[in-house]
Design a protein around this ligand. Structure first.
Ligand code: HEC
Ligand code: HEC
Ligand code: HEC
Ligand code: HEC
Ligand code: HEC
Ligand code: HEC
Ligand code: HEC
Length: 417
């Protein structure tokens, strides 16, 4: 009798345990980070860094790649706004179908190719989309361009046909996601096409892309919750200035340099020169020769501000927050160094007056068109520039005159009052 009861109890208690245990296993399997056991994944940071996490998920970094669906795409799928005409016989239509969202090319009304939106890239100024073909990734012919509020031929594409064939390699993912794993090449030829393990893709730029692998940090602080000093993680303050810059320059030093090693494994403290060949001296940079696109680190390095101070990217950017277009806030960073007590305020202050503090940026870091990207519109021959803020901080006389004329137009100039 007693034994039977014991058995019954064991069973009652054991069954839920088995279920809980097996759930643990499946959860763990799901959670295993494709980068390996040194990585914890950004969801594991919430427990102790909730404020940082909650605000970081709304940044352009975190959302720079994501699964493409109706909520994650800016472009319009409604009739009348969902077509792009190459000519009167050839168009691409953005369609909602049962199996998802598609770009469908029609020649004289007949479908010639249809591929699904699988991965969305970007979203601030421009958005482009990729689709899976087996284990390969291709770019779709239509992109979305915010300044046009509409669909347009993807940058760099021919204007005479709908091109579904452009292959996408790991490089795009190295700057726009946290990880993707290459499958072994099928052939050793130079034309061999990269293939990927679909399941290994970690969308967006996550915490460990900047801070490095953090599983040991998470485990240690979970075991010692009273420890208030950060362990097993590089502290920003302990890095040298050039290590701090490298943390951002991994992705913000342009795309034309030769790669030596995948930047997926870059972590704070590493020397970026071991990963990519970069033209990077803190002085003597010819800013006119650099394209504004993605070259923030070299452009900044060519500025007097940078050369004659200890500033780094974090002096102006809090990357955990979306501070886009908050020019008042950015201008406060300028005036933290340029002010009356320091005797280096703007020479224009007397003529412009108090409102100068709202916007140092438009005169000293003007938005300039990229040489690398321009966007064709459906109207033949019309090209819309892709504007990027230059990080070569300097005196731009022509731009300043335009800004002053605008201030005059709206009666905002102190000198006129
Ligand atoms: C169990 C708690 C815990 C978890 C989980 C945790 N951290 Fe921390 N972390 C801490 C503590 C404690 C500190 C030190 C106090 C502070 O700076 O908040 C810290 C500090 C840091 C710092 C600051 C280092 C510096 O510059 O001073 C970074 C960066 C960091 N953690 C990143 C992460 C990332 C990334 C994750 C997720 C992969 C993570 N942490 C998960 C407890 C945790
Ligand atoms: C892993 C690559 C990567 C790293 C590392 C990285 N960035 Fe970026 N950054 C990007 C990409 C890609 C974008 C464009 C995102 C988009 O709009 O889709 C971007 C965009 C930005 C923007 C514009 C954000 C906006 O709201 O439009 C700023 C500012 C920025 N990065 C600053 C930094 C700073 C500062 C660091 C270093 C602390 C850094 N980034 C590190 C890849 C990176
Ligand atoms: C684009 C690069 C980048 C990404 C992505 C990033 N951080 Fe940071 N983080 C920084 C930089 C740079 C600093 C140092 C800021 C300073 O000290 O001025 C920092 C500082 C910190 C600190 C210490 C100071 C503070 O603000 O509390 C913590 C904790 C931290 N990060 C956690 C995280 C977590 C958690 C995530 C993901 C949700 C994350 N970071 C994503 C660049 C990044
Ligand atoms: C060396 C890093 C790097 C590589 C490689 C790279 N990008 Fe970018 N990309 C950036 C940065 C940084 C920005 C945003 C800042 C800027 O405009 O300077 C950006 C901007 C974009 C934008 C516009 C984002 C927005 O929100 O407006 C799209 C779309 C984009 N990239 C797609 C791609 C594709 C597709 C590839 C591969 C063919 C690629 N990028 C390769 C770094 C990179
Ligand atoms: C960390 C301090 C610091 C910050 C922040 C800073 N600067 Fe500077 N800046 C300097 C120093 C130092 C110089 C060179 C000596 C001087 O003029 O005082 C300089 C020089 C300049 C010059 C003269 C450039 C030339 O080529 O003659 C301009 C213009 C300027 N800064 C504008 C700005 C603007 C605009 C901002 C904000 C976007 C800014 N600075 C942020 C420190 C800073
Ligand atoms: C002196 C202040 C300052 C410093 C230092 C600085 N930035 Fe910026 N950055 C700005 C301002 C101002 C903008 C424009 C913000 C806007 O319009 O939303 C900007 C915009 C950007 C953008 C978006 C570009 C665009 O056209 O939308 C990127 C990317 C960026 N910064 C990266 C960096 C990186 C990487 C570093 C370090 C190498 C850096 N910044 C250092 C002030 C600074
Ligand atoms: C309307 C355009 C405009 C605005 C707004 C503006 N500046 Fe200037 N700034 C100029 C011009 C033009 C010069 C060169 C004036 C000269 O040499 O007589 C200049 C000069 C400077 C200098 C060099 C001073 C020196 O001693 O040589 C600094 C530093 C500077 N500005 C910082 C700032 C800061 C900080 C802000 C925001 C608080 C700002 N500027 C806002 C146009 C502007």
């Amino acid at each position: 009798m007693k034994n039977k009861r014991k058995l019954f109890l064991t069973l009652v208690f054991a069954i839920p345990l088995v279920i809980i245990f097996s759930q643990c296993l499946t959860n763990n399997e799901e959670k295993a980070d494709p980068r390996g056991e040194l990585y914890a994944g950004s969801a594991s940071c919430i427990k102790c860094h909730k404020n940082v996490y909650d605000s970081y998920v709304h940044t352009a970094h975190f959302t720079t790649t994501r699964p493409a669906d109706i909520h994650s795409i800016n472009g319009n799928f409604n009739n009348n706004s969902n077509s792009y005409y190459f000519n009167k016989d050839l168009k691409v239509v953005m369609e909602k179908r049962n199996k998802g969202l598609y770009q469908v090319a029609y020649q004289k009304g007949k479908v010639i190719e249809a591929e699904r939106f699988d991965i969305a890239f970007g979203g601030v100024k421009a958005e482009t989309y990729l689709y899976w073909k087996g284990n390969k990734v291709h770019q779709l012919p239509m992109s979305y361009f915010s300044a046009l509020h509409g669909w347009t031929n993807s940058p760099g594409y021919d204007g005479d046909h709908a091109d579904f064939s452009r292959m996408i390699g790991k490089r795009c993912f190295e700057c726009h996601s946290s990880y993707i794993k290459n499958l072994p090449l099928q052939t050793q030829s130079l034309q061999a096409i990269e293939e990927f393990d679909k399941k290994s893709l970690i969308f967006g730029i996550d915490c460990e892309r900047c801070h490095g692998p953090a599983a040991n940090h998470v485990n240690y602080h979970s075991d010692y919750p009273d420890e208030k000093k950060a362990k097993y993680i590089a502290t920003y303050a302990s890095l040298t200035r050039s290590q701090k810059i490298d943390m951002c320059a991994t992705c913000h030093s342009g795309n034309t340099t030769r790669m030596l090693k995948s930047i997926f494994s870059f972590k704070p403290g590493d020397n970026l020169g071991d990963f990519k060949e970069i033209v990077f001296s803190h002085q003597n940079i010819d800013s006119a020769k650099l394209d504004v696109h993605g070259n923030q680190s070299q452009l900044l390095a060519s500025s007097k501000c940078f050369i004659m101070s200890k500033m780094d990217c974090a002096t102006c950017h809090n990357v955990h927050k979306n501070e886009k277009q908050n020019l008042v806030l950015y201008s406060q960073k300028c005036t933290s160094c340029h002010n009356t007590p320091n005797h280096n305020e703007c020479k224009m202050t007397p003529s412009i007056g108090g409102i100068i503090k709202n916007n140092c940026i438009d005169c000293h870091m003007p938005a300039k068109p990229s040489n690398a990207i321009a966007v064709q519109t459906a109207e033949k021959g019309k090209v819309v520039p892709y504007l990027v803020r230059t990080h070569h901080i300097a005196i731009y006389n022509k731009v300043s005159i335009t800004v002053i004329n605008n201030l005059k137009k709206y009666n905002l100039l102190q000198a006129d009052k």
